[in-house]
Design a protein around this ligand. Structure first.
Ligand code: SF4
Length: 408
Protein backbone atom coordinates (compact mmCIF):
# COMPACT_ATOMS: atom_id res chain seq x y z
CA UNK A 1 0.00 0.00 0.00
CA UNK A 2 1.24 3.53 -0.77
CA UNK A 3 0.58 6.28 1.73
CA UNK A 4 -1.83 8.77 0.08
CA UNK A 5 -0.81 12.41 -0.59
CA UNK A 6 -1.53 15.09 1.98
CA UNK A 7 0.22 17.26 4.54
CA UNK A 8 3.07 15.67 6.47
CA UNK A 9 0.76 15.19 9.47
CA UNK A 10 -1.96 13.62 7.31
CA UNK A 11 0.55 11.24 5.73
CA UNK A 12 1.91 10.36 9.19
CA UNK A 13 -1.64 9.61 10.35
CA UNK A 14 -2.31 7.45 7.25
CA UNK A 15 0.97 5.60 7.94
CA UNK A 16 -0.11 4.86 11.52
CA UNK A 17 -3.43 3.57 10.21
CA UNK A 18 -1.69 1.21 7.76
CA UNK A 19 0.72 0.07 10.49
CA UNK A 20 -2.23 -0.82 12.74
CA UNK A 21 -3.93 -2.70 9.89
CA UNK A 22 -0.79 -4.82 9.47
CA UNK A 23 -0.58 -4.57 5.65
CA UNK A 24 2.34 -6.40 4.00
CA UNK A 25 4.25 -3.37 2.68
CA UNK A 26 3.84 0.39 3.16
CA UNK A 27 5.43 2.55 0.44
CA UNK A 28 6.65 6.10 1.27
CA UNK A 29 5.43 6.03 4.87
CA UNK A 30 5.86 9.15 7.01
CA UNK A 31 7.29 8.31 10.42
CA UNK A 32 6.68 11.21 12.79
CA UNK A 33 7.89 11.18 16.39
CA UNK A 34 8.31 14.39 18.44
CA UNK A 35 10.51 16.72 16.37
CA UNK A 36 11.77 13.95 14.07
CA UNK A 37 10.42 12.88 10.70
CA UNK A 38 11.64 10.13 8.37
CA UNK A 39 10.38 8.83 5.01
CA UNK A 40 11.83 5.39 4.16
CA UNK A 41 11.25 3.98 0.69
CA UNK A 42 9.06 1.30 2.24
CA UNK A 43 8.32 -0.70 5.39
CA UNK A 44 7.80 -4.43 5.32
CA UNK A 45 5.92 -6.52 7.82
CA UNK A 46 7.69 -9.09 9.99
CA UNK A 47 6.21 -11.66 12.36
CA UNK A 48 8.05 -10.26 15.41
CA UNK A 49 5.41 -9.09 17.96
CA UNK A 50 5.15 -5.37 18.79
CA UNK A 51 2.67 -2.94 20.40
CA UNK A 52 0.61 -3.32 17.21
CA UNK A 53 -0.01 -7.06 17.74
CA UNK A 54 1.81 -10.21 16.64
CA UNK A 55 3.66 -8.37 13.89
CA UNK A 56 6.02 -5.41 13.40
CA UNK A 57 7.81 -3.53 10.61
CA UNK A 58 11.35 -3.02 9.38
CA UNK A 59 12.55 -0.25 6.99
CA UNK A 60 13.91 -0.89 3.48
CA UNK A 61 15.65 1.76 1.35
CA UNK A 62 16.54 1.67 -2.36
CA UNK A 63 19.86 3.20 -3.44
CA UNK A 64 21.77 3.61 -6.70
CA UNK A 65 24.87 2.04 -5.22
CA UNK A 66 26.82 -1.16 -5.84
CA UNK A 67 27.37 -1.83 -2.12
CA UNK A 68 25.91 -0.59 1.18
CA UNK A 69 27.55 2.60 2.49
CA UNK A 70 27.81 3.97 6.07
CA UNK A 71 25.28 6.70 5.21
CA UNK A 72 22.73 4.04 4.16
CA UNK A 73 23.20 2.34 7.55
CA UNK A 74 22.69 5.58 9.50
CA UNK A 75 19.58 6.44 7.52
CA UNK A 76 18.09 3.01 8.25
CA UNK A 77 19.17 3.34 11.90
CA UNK A 78 17.25 6.61 12.06
CA UNK A 79 14.11 4.99 10.64
CA UNK A 80 14.49 2.10 13.10
CA UNK A 81 14.54 4.57 16.00
CA UNK A 82 11.36 6.23 14.72
CA UNK A 83 9.67 2.85 14.27
CA UNK A 84 10.63 1.88 17.80
CA UNK A 85 8.89 4.95 19.16
CA UNK A 86 5.79 4.14 17.05
CA UNK A 87 5.40 0.41 17.69
CA UNK A 88 7.64 -0.25 20.70
CA UNK A 89 10.11 -2.63 19.10
CA UNK A 90 13.34 -2.27 17.14
CA UNK A 91 14.35 -5.07 14.82
CA UNK A 92 18.06 -6.00 14.74
CA UNK A 93 18.48 -5.54 10.95
CA UNK A 94 17.19 -3.49 8.02
CA UNK A 95 17.72 -3.83 4.27
CA UNK A 96 19.04 -1.73 1.44
CA UNK A 97 18.22 -2.66 -2.17
CA UNK A 98 21.25 -1.98 -4.38
CA UNK A 99 21.56 -0.87 -7.98
CA UNK A 100 21.75 -4.49 -9.22
CA UNK A 101 18.45 -5.14 -7.39
CA UNK A 102 20.06 -7.39 -4.74
CA UNK A 103 19.38 -6.84 -1.04
CA UNK A 104 22.03 -6.13 1.58
CA UNK A 105 21.09 -6.65 5.22
CA UNK A 106 22.59 -4.18 7.67
CA UNK A 107 22.98 -4.69 11.45
CA UNK A 108 21.18 -1.88 13.25
CA UNK A 109 23.03 -1.79 16.61
CA UNK A 110 25.87 0.59 15.66
CA UNK A 111 23.79 2.33 12.95
CA UNK A 112 21.21 3.30 15.58
CA UNK A 113 23.98 4.55 17.87
CA UNK A 114 25.34 6.76 15.06
CA UNK A 115 21.83 8.03 14.30
CA UNK A 116 21.35 8.93 18.00
CA UNK A 117 24.62 10.89 18.01
CA UNK A 118 23.62 12.76 14.84
CA UNK A 119 20.20 13.63 16.25
CA UNK A 120 21.87 14.99 19.41
CA UNK A 121 24.26 17.07 17.27
CA UNK A 122 21.44 18.39 15.09
CA UNK A 123 19.53 19.44 18.20
CA UNK A 124 22.61 21.28 19.50
CA UNK A 125 22.91 23.12 16.16
CA UNK A 126 19.19 24.02 16.34
CA UNK A 127 19.78 25.31 19.86
CA UNK A 128 22.41 27.71 18.54
CA UNK A 129 25.72 25.78 18.40
CA UNK A 130 27.79 27.21 15.55
CA UNK A 131 29.04 24.68 13.05
CA UNK A 132 31.84 25.36 10.58
CA UNK A 133 31.32 23.37 7.39
CA UNK A 134 34.23 21.56 5.76
CA UNK A 135 34.45 21.14 2.01
CA UNK A 136 34.52 17.47 1.03
CA UNK A 137 33.69 15.24 -1.92
CA UNK A 138 30.14 14.83 -0.52
CA UNK A 139 29.38 18.57 -0.83
CA UNK A 140 28.74 18.48 -4.58
CA UNK A 141 25.70 16.23 -4.13
CA UNK A 142 24.46 17.93 -0.93
CA UNK A 143 21.47 20.32 -0.95
CA UNK A 144 23.36 22.60 1.49
CA UNK A 145 26.21 23.11 -0.97
CA UNK A 146 25.52 26.78 -1.83
CA UNK A 147 24.95 27.72 1.80
CA UNK A 148 28.07 25.96 3.05
CA UNK A 149 30.28 27.30 0.25
CA UNK A 150 29.19 30.84 1.12
CA UNK A 151 29.94 30.23 4.81
CA UNK A 152 33.33 28.69 4.00
CA UNK A 153 34.22 31.53 1.63
CA UNK A 154 33.19 34.12 4.22
CA UNK A 155 35.51 32.57 6.80
CA UNK A 156 38.21 31.74 4.20
CA UNK A 157 38.12 28.19 5.56
CA UNK A 158 41.23 26.14 4.81
CA UNK A 159 39.15 23.21 3.49
CA UNK A 160 38.63 25.36 0.35
CA UNK A 161 42.16 24.28 -0.61
CA UNK A 162 41.99 21.36 -3.04
CA UNK A 163 42.83 18.08 -1.29
CA UNK A 164 42.73 19.52 2.25
CA UNK A 165 39.78 17.59 3.67
CA UNK A 166 38.47 16.86 7.14
CA UNK A 167 41.39 14.71 8.28
CA UNK A 168 44.00 17.40 7.63
CA UNK A 169 41.91 20.44 8.56
CA UNK A 170 41.56 19.38 12.24
CA UNK A 171 45.30 19.03 12.97
CA UNK A 172 46.07 22.24 11.04
CA UNK A 173 43.39 24.18 12.96
CA UNK A 174 44.82 22.82 16.23
CA UNK A 175 48.22 24.30 15.27
CA UNK A 176 46.65 27.70 14.62
CA UNK A 177 46.22 27.51 10.81
CA UNK A 178 42.58 28.56 10.67
CA UNK A 179 42.10 30.47 7.43
CA UNK A 180 43.62 30.82 3.95
CA UNK A 181 45.81 33.71 5.05
CA UNK A 182 47.38 31.51 7.76
CA UNK A 183 48.26 28.85 5.19
CA UNK A 184 49.43 31.32 2.53
CA UNK A 185 51.85 32.85 5.06
CA UNK A 186 52.98 29.53 6.53
CA UNK A 187 56.41 27.96 6.04
CA UNK A 188 55.98 24.77 4.07
CA UNK A 189 58.55 23.07 6.35
CA UNK A 190 56.27 23.67 9.33
CA UNK A 191 53.16 22.43 7.50
CA UNK A 192 54.96 19.30 6.37
CA UNK A 193 55.29 18.21 10.02
CA UNK A 194 51.53 17.58 10.12
CA UNK A 195 50.59 13.91 9.66
CA UNK A 196 49.58 13.20 6.05
CA UNK A 197 51.21 16.38 4.65
CA UNK A 198 54.60 15.82 3.06
CA UNK A 199 56.93 18.57 1.82
CA UNK A 200 55.53 18.51 -1.73
CA UNK A 201 51.96 18.79 -0.55
CA UNK A 202 52.89 21.52 1.94
CA UNK A 203 54.38 23.63 -0.88
CA UNK A 204 51.30 22.99 -3.02
CA UNK A 205 48.78 24.03 -0.39
CA UNK A 206 50.71 27.23 0.40
CA UNK A 207 50.60 28.14 -3.32
CA UNK A 208 46.94 27.14 -3.60
CA UNK A 209 45.97 29.28 -0.59
CA UNK A 210 47.66 32.38 -2.00
CA UNK A 211 46.07 31.88 -5.43
CA UNK A 212 42.63 31.51 -3.82
CA UNK A 213 43.20 34.79 -1.95
CA UNK A 214 44.54 36.52 -5.06
CA UNK A 215 41.80 35.19 -7.38
CA UNK A 216 44.18 34.87 -10.35
CA UNK A 217 45.77 31.73 -11.84
CA UNK A 218 49.50 31.25 -11.43
CA UNK A 219 51.76 29.37 -13.80
CA UNK A 220 54.34 27.26 -11.98
CA UNK A 221 55.96 25.46 -14.89
CA UNK A 222 55.62 25.54 -18.66
CA UNK A 223 53.99 22.38 -19.99
CA UNK A 224 55.27 20.84 -23.21
CA UNK A 225 52.68 19.45 -25.60
CA UNK A 226 53.81 17.32 -28.53
CA UNK A 227 53.14 18.62 -32.02
CA UNK A 228 50.69 16.26 -33.66
CA UNK A 229 48.51 16.57 -36.72
CA UNK A 230 45.80 14.48 -35.07
CA UNK A 231 44.72 15.13 -31.52
CA UNK A 232 42.15 12.88 -29.87
CA UNK A 233 40.18 13.90 -26.77
CA UNK A 234 38.99 10.67 -25.19
CA UNK A 235 36.42 10.06 -22.47
CA UNK A 236 34.64 6.90 -21.37
CA UNK A 237 31.74 5.77 -19.22
CA UNK A 238 31.50 2.70 -17.02
CA UNK A 239 28.46 0.81 -15.74
CA UNK A 240 28.71 0.98 -11.97
CA UNK A 241 27.60 -2.46 -10.85
CA UNK A 242 29.36 -4.49 -13.56
CA UNK A 243 32.37 -2.19 -14.21
CA UNK A 244 31.72 -2.79 -17.91
CA UNK A 245 32.81 0.09 -20.16
CA UNK A 246 29.80 0.85 -22.34
CA UNK A 247 30.98 3.98 -24.09
CA UNK A 248 34.31 5.29 -25.37
CA UNK A 249 34.07 8.56 -27.17
CA UNK A 250 36.71 10.43 -29.09
CA UNK A 251 36.76 13.99 -30.37
CA UNK A 252 39.16 13.84 -33.33
CA UNK A 253 40.74 17.20 -33.97
CA UNK A 254 42.75 17.94 -37.12
CA UNK A 255 43.91 21.24 -38.65
CA UNK A 256 40.97 21.06 -41.10
CA UNK A 257 38.21 20.35 -38.57
CA UNK A 258 36.93 18.01 -35.92
CA UNK A 259 34.66 14.99 -35.66
CA UNK A 260 33.17 12.81 -32.93
CA UNK A 261 33.52 9.03 -32.89
CA UNK A 262 31.38 7.09 -30.42
CA UNK A 263 32.26 3.46 -29.68
CA UNK A 264 29.28 1.96 -27.89
CA UNK A 265 28.60 -1.40 -26.24
CA UNK A 266 24.83 -1.33 -26.50
CA UNK A 267 24.71 -4.45 -24.27
CA UNK A 268 27.34 -5.26 -21.60
CA UNK A 269 28.30 -8.40 -23.56
CA UNK A 270 29.27 -6.16 -26.52
CA UNK A 271 32.23 -4.59 -24.67
CA UNK A 272 34.81 -6.69 -26.57
CA UNK A 273 33.30 -5.74 -29.93
CA UNK A 274 33.38 -2.05 -28.96
CA UNK A 275 37.05 -2.43 -27.96
CA UNK A 276 37.89 -4.01 -31.34
CA UNK A 277 36.17 -1.13 -33.14
CA UNK A 278 38.22 1.41 -31.19
CA UNK A 279 41.45 -0.43 -32.02
CA UNK A 280 40.53 -0.68 -35.71
CA UNK A 281 39.84 3.05 -35.74
CA UNK A 282 43.23 3.80 -34.15
CA UNK A 283 44.98 1.48 -36.59
CA UNK A 284 43.29 3.22 -39.50
CA UNK A 285 44.53 6.69 -38.56
CA UNK A 286 47.11 7.93 -41.09
CA UNK A 287 49.46 9.16 -38.34
CA UNK A 288 50.08 8.53 -34.66
CA UNK A 289 47.70 10.74 -32.67
CA UNK A 290 48.19 12.39 -29.30
CA UNK A 291 45.41 11.13 -27.04
CA UNK A 292 44.34 13.55 -24.31
CA UNK A 293 42.18 12.38 -21.41
CA UNK A 294 41.36 13.88 -18.03
CA UNK A 295 42.50 12.01 -14.89
CA UNK A 296 43.64 8.43 -14.49
CA UNK A 297 40.25 6.73 -14.98
CA UNK A 298 40.68 6.45 -18.76
CA UNK A 299 44.25 5.12 -18.77
CA UNK A 300 43.43 2.60 -16.01
CA UNK A 301 40.36 1.29 -17.81
CA UNK A 302 42.03 1.20 -21.24
CA UNK A 303 44.60 -1.15 -19.68
CA UNK A 304 41.84 -3.25 -18.12
CA UNK A 305 40.08 -3.45 -21.51
CA UNK A 306 43.36 -4.59 -23.10
CA UNK A 307 43.69 -7.31 -20.42
CA UNK A 308 40.08 -8.45 -20.90
CA UNK A 309 39.91 -8.37 -24.68
CA UNK A 310 43.50 -8.36 -25.92
CA UNK A 311 45.69 -5.87 -27.74
CA UNK A 312 47.87 -6.57 -30.77
CA UNK A 313 51.55 -5.64 -30.16
CA UNK A 314 51.55 -3.27 -33.17
CA UNK A 315 48.59 -1.24 -31.79
CA UNK A 316 49.81 -1.11 -28.20
CA UNK A 317 52.35 1.75 -28.63
CA UNK A 318 49.91 3.71 -30.81
CA UNK A 319 47.50 3.76 -27.88
CA UNK A 320 49.51 3.66 -24.67
CA UNK A 321 52.60 5.66 -25.75
CA UNK A 322 50.45 8.55 -26.86
CA UNK A 323 48.19 9.02 -23.83
CA UNK A 324 48.46 12.33 -21.97
CA UNK A 325 46.64 12.88 -18.68
CA UNK A 326 45.64 16.57 -18.80
CA UNK A 327 44.67 16.59 -15.13
CA UNK A 328 48.28 15.76 -14.22
CA UNK A 329 49.65 18.30 -16.72
CA UNK A 330 47.31 21.01 -15.42
CA UNK A 331 48.15 20.44 -11.75
CA UNK A 332 51.88 20.37 -12.47
CA UNK A 333 51.84 23.58 -14.48
CA UNK A 334 49.24 25.98 -13.13
CA UNK A 335 47.46 26.85 -9.88
CA UNK A 336 43.86 27.93 -10.34
CA UNK A 337 41.64 29.93 -7.97
CA UNK A 338 39.17 27.04 -7.60
CA UNK A 339 38.41 24.44 -4.95
CA UNK A 340 38.78 21.28 -7.03
CA UNK A 341 40.63 20.21 -10.17
CA UNK A 342 37.84 17.94 -11.41
CA UNK A 343 37.00 18.37 -15.12
CA UNK A 344 33.60 19.89 -14.34
CA UNK A 345 35.02 22.56 -12.01
CA UNK A 346 37.99 23.45 -14.20
CA UNK A 347 36.08 23.61 -17.50
CA UNK A 348 33.24 25.61 -15.93
CA UNK A 349 35.78 28.05 -14.52
CA UNK A 350 37.07 28.45 -18.10
CA UNK A 351 33.55 29.29 -19.27
CA UNK A 352 32.59 25.90 -20.76
CA UNK A 353 28.94 24.90 -20.28
CA UNK A 354 27.55 21.35 -20.54
CA UNK A 355 24.48 21.13 -22.79
CA UNK A 356 22.58 19.32 -20.05
CA UNK A 357 23.39 21.50 -17.06
CA UNK A 358 22.21 19.05 -14.38
CA UNK A 359 23.87 15.95 -15.89
CA UNK A 360 26.88 14.20 -14.41
CA UNK A 361 28.55 10.79 -14.67
CA UNK A 362 25.97 9.23 -12.31
CA UNK A 363 23.14 10.53 -14.51
CA UNK A 364 24.86 9.15 -17.61
CA UNK A 365 25.07 5.71 -15.94
CA UNK A 366 21.41 5.94 -15.02
CA UNK A 367 20.52 6.75 -18.64
CA UNK A 368 22.45 3.69 -19.78
CA UNK A 369 20.68 1.48 -17.22
CA UNK A 370 17.34 2.90 -18.38
CA UNK A 371 18.27 2.11 -21.99
CA UNK A 372 19.04 -1.49 -20.97
CA UNK A 373 15.87 -1.93 -18.94
CA UNK A 374 13.38 -0.05 -21.16
CA UNK A 375 14.95 -0.15 -24.65
CA UNK A 376 14.30 3.61 -24.95
CA UNK A 377 17.02 4.70 -27.40
CA UNK A 378 16.74 8.34 -26.31
CA UNK A 379 18.38 7.34 -23.00
CA UNK A 380 21.39 5.91 -24.84
CA UNK A 381 21.62 9.03 -27.03
CA UNK A 382 21.54 11.31 -23.94
CA UNK A 383 24.42 9.35 -22.44
CA UNK A 384 26.42 9.74 -25.69
CA UNK A 385 25.66 13.47 -25.88
CA UNK A 386 26.74 13.98 -22.28
CA UNK A 387 30.01 12.22 -23.03
CA UNK A 388 30.59 14.39 -26.11
CA UNK A 389 30.53 17.41 -23.83
CA UNK A 390 33.15 15.78 -21.59
CA UNK A 391 35.42 15.37 -24.66
CA UNK A 392 34.80 19.00 -25.66
CA UNK A 393 35.52 20.18 -22.12
CA UNK A 394 38.82 18.23 -22.16
CA UNK A 395 39.79 20.03 -25.36
CA UNK A 396 38.90 23.43 -23.86
CA UNK A 397 41.19 22.72 -20.89
CA UNK A 398 44.06 21.60 -23.13
CA UNK A 399 43.79 24.64 -25.37
CA UNK A 400 43.67 27.01 -22.41
CA UNK A 401 46.76 25.49 -20.77
CA UNK A 402 48.62 25.53 -24.08
CA UNK A 403 47.72 29.16 -24.76
CA UNK A 404 48.69 30.32 -21.25
CA UNK A 405 51.97 28.45 -21.62
CA UNK A 406 52.66 30.23 -24.92
CA UNK A 407 52.21 33.64 -23.31
CA UNK A 408 54.33 33.15 -20.22
S1 SF4 B 1 27.53 21.02 1.74
FE1 SF4 B 1 27.69 21.46 3.95
S2 SF4 B 1 26.27 20.07 4.93
FE2 SF4 B 1 26.62 19.30 2.86
S3 SF4 B 1 28.30 17.84 3.05
FE3 SF4 B 1 29.23 19.81 2.56
S4 SF4 B 1 29.71 20.73 4.54
FE4 SF4 B 1 28.27 19.05 4.96
Amino acid sequence: MTVPDGTMEERAESTLQLLREGVGRIYHPVLLAEDLVGIPDFLERTEVPSDLGDFSYRPVDINISASPKPEHAVQLGFYSLLLESLHGVMLPTADVILVDRTRATIEMASAVESAREMIAEAREVLAGRRETPTLSSECGMCPWNDYCLKAMSASADISLIDGLGKTKKGPLNALGYVDLEDIANAASDALSQVKGIGQRMAERIVRQASVLLDGRPKMISRPQFPNAEIELYLDMECQQQTQVIYLIEVLESRPDGEEFRAFVAERPEDEGEMWDELLAYLQGLPRDPVIYHYHSFESTHLRKLAERHGLRPDVEPKLFDNLIDLHRVLKDSVVLPIHSYGLKTVAKWLGFRWTETEADAAMSMLWFDLWLSTGNRDCLEWSIEYNEDDCRATKVVKEWVASVARHV
